[in-house]
Design a binder for this molecule. Structure first.
Ligand code: BG6
Length: 531
């Protein structure tokens, strides 16, 4: 049963940015790659279409390929048409096109960095970009250190320039374990201050992830019960139905723990668990997030054995379509031992959270695409009411579900009297969904739109700081070290079927403690409400 809370109305359309970019040149290193085409250029176009990029913003593509400006412009137009959330409007494109330039950049050829600097000088002269540079490094992690050195040596970016800004955006994964992340941080700091480095985790750009801060700190009802005394446990699920999508090579090196847990899932943990920040600025919020991450104890051998599960998908059926197993994917070793699924039970050793475990899981080729946080409250000390047949008392716990995607929104499950002559109790959901709010109708902004404009404006709140990344790696490295020293036997994988909810061992991880994963396979509450 669902009770629908009519969303209260509304301000200006959510996707129209209220802030405009300052004059600057946005440089995309790796401009012919997948990320630039799928995400960066469509996001920049959407910002332009919404009036957030004024006439003093240019976009300079750089990569190894030999392309003319007009070839680059054509490729970018196509990228927006194929991947953009807004269709290409001739008038917007005509305004944007002259501000797009291309430079061939060879990492081993310093001369090419000088060519990049010259285009940026052109940008300053012609478009009034005032020497401001935002360099987005959409390149493999192994190339970042050297590229930043060349950018600095050639004068494209300088440490803390006085009368303009120079910032870099670094994509994830930031390193592949604690040691390499520390090493990369050291290499970047040789040339740039921390305030110039914007490490991206695109989950922080998602509306519903930002709403977590609002939910927690703009409402007074949650804070008094947001602790171990009232919360039994927290579940975070990031389930994907896609496989490795042609990225077999990358995934073989990475795996689910590095790809998802170290970044997106631990970011969600830190936002759910952090203390209220003293102010809403980058420093205060990141201080609290890092404190939370610091209070997650690393796992020793017994901890890894007891609290983690790894899995790999075999062939199966997703949405009625047969799909191959991981070992049959392109670019994957047919005997691969790489995990495509990870579940982790972690504790937060703090006054607020001692005694409340956080269960995290993520995987490819699971039954449904869904990312959600479930805050499971403790049951009443004594349950007075009869339940319906087949209902376990577990079904009657109060549960706050924060849906990140799809169907972004929040559901609070409470118990209510079943209509009729008995005092039978049944759960109902008080449901809020973003797309029900009157101001939409326009699709929500893509995470990259929010993150790119923030970086242009120098707001680092939604980017991860050096110490945050290292704390997340400290925890994950304690698992990875053991996992890598003790690989599964060849026949242990695959251990879950594509289209299932993951390995059986992950169910046992919770069952051992009298709990169960919430598998959102039932129709969404929204669908029920609308029917
Ligand atoms: C990326 C991972 O960071 O996030 C991918 O590298 C994953 O493997 C993706 O598919 C998921 O992002 P989203 O926004 O689709 O949940």
């Amino acid at each position: 049963m669902t009770a629908v809370l009519a969303p209260a109305a509304t301000a200006a359309p959510a996707s129209v940015p209220s802030r405009a970019a300052p004059p600057c040149a946005v440089v995309i290193v790796g401009a012919t790659g997948d990320l630039a085409r799928r995400k960066l250029m469509p996001a920049l176009y959407a910002l332009a279409a919404q009036g957030a990029l004024g006439e003093h913003v240019t976009i300079v593509g750089a990569s190894r390929q030999q392309l003319s400006d007009s070839e680059f412009r054509e490729q970018m137009r196509e990228a927006v048409a194929t991947h953009g959330r807004l269709s290409v409007q001739a008038e917007v494109w005509q305004r944007l096109e002259p501000a797009l330039r291309y430079v061939t950049l060879d990492p081993h050829e310093p001369r090419t960095y000088t060519a990049l600097r010259e285009v940026l000088e052109w940008s300053d002269r012609t478009f009034g970009t005032q020497g401001n540079r935002l360099v987005h490094l959409a390149i493999p992690p192994s190339a970042i250190g050297e590229t930043v050195r060349e950018l600095a040596v050639s004068g494209v970016v300088a440490r803390r320039p006085r009368d303009h800004f120079a910032r870099i955006i670094v994509e994830k994964p930031f390193g592949r374990d604690l040691r390499s992340a520390q090493d990369l941080n050291r290499r970047l700091h040789r040339f740039l201050d921390e305030s110039q480095i914007f490490r991206i985790d695109h989950y922080l750009g998602k509306e519903s992830v930002q709403n977590l801060l609002v939910l927690r700190f703009a409402n007074s009802v949650f804070e008094p019960i947001w602790n171990a005394q009232h919360i039994d446990h927290v579940q975070i699920t990031v389930a994907e139905t896609v496989g490795v999508e042609g990225r077999g090579g990358y995934y073989e090196e990475s795996g689910a723990l590095r790809d998802m847990v170290q970044s997106h899932l631990l970011q969600l943990v830190s936002l759910v668990g952090m203390e209220p920040p003293v102010r809403l600025d980058a420093g205060s919020i990141r201080d609290e997030k890092v404190k939370l991450l610091r209070s997650i104890p690393s796992l020793d051998e017994a901890g890894v054995l007891r609290s983690t599960v790894r899995g790999q998908y075999g062939p199966g059926i997703i949405d009625g379509v047969p799909v191959p197993g991981y070992r049959e994917e392109e670019g994957v070793d047919p005997q691969s031992l790489r995990e495509t699924y990870a579940a982790v039970r972690l504790e937060v050793d703090s006054w607020r959270w001692a005694g409340t475990p956080f269960y995290l899981r993520t995987g490819k080729r699971l039954q449904r695409r869904t990312s959600e946080i479930g805050v499971h409250f403790r049951r009443p000390p004594r349950f007075l009411f009869p339940t319906g047949s087949g209902e376990e008392s577990r079904d009657l716990e109060n549960l706050l579900i924060i849906r990140i995607q799809p169907d972004e929104g929040i559901t609070l499950c409470v118990n209510s009297k079943h209509r009729g002559a008995t005092m039978r109790v049944t759960p109902v959901g008080l449901d809020f969904w973003y797309s029900g709010v009157r101001d939409v109708g326009v699709a929500p902004p893509d995470a990259y739109e929010r993150l790119l404009i923030d970086a242009m404006l120098g707001d680092a709140t939604l980017f991860t700081r050096e110490d945050e990344v290292e704390e997340a790696w400290r925890f994950c490295t304690s698992i990875l070290d053991w996992w890598e020293a003790h690989p599964p036997a060849l026949d242990e994988f695959p251990n879950y079927r594509a289209g299932s909810w993951g390995p059986h061992a992950a169910d046992l991880l919770l069952a051992r403690e009298g709990r169960a994963w919430r598998n959102p396979s039932q129709p969404s509450l929204r669908a029920i409400a609308e029917s």
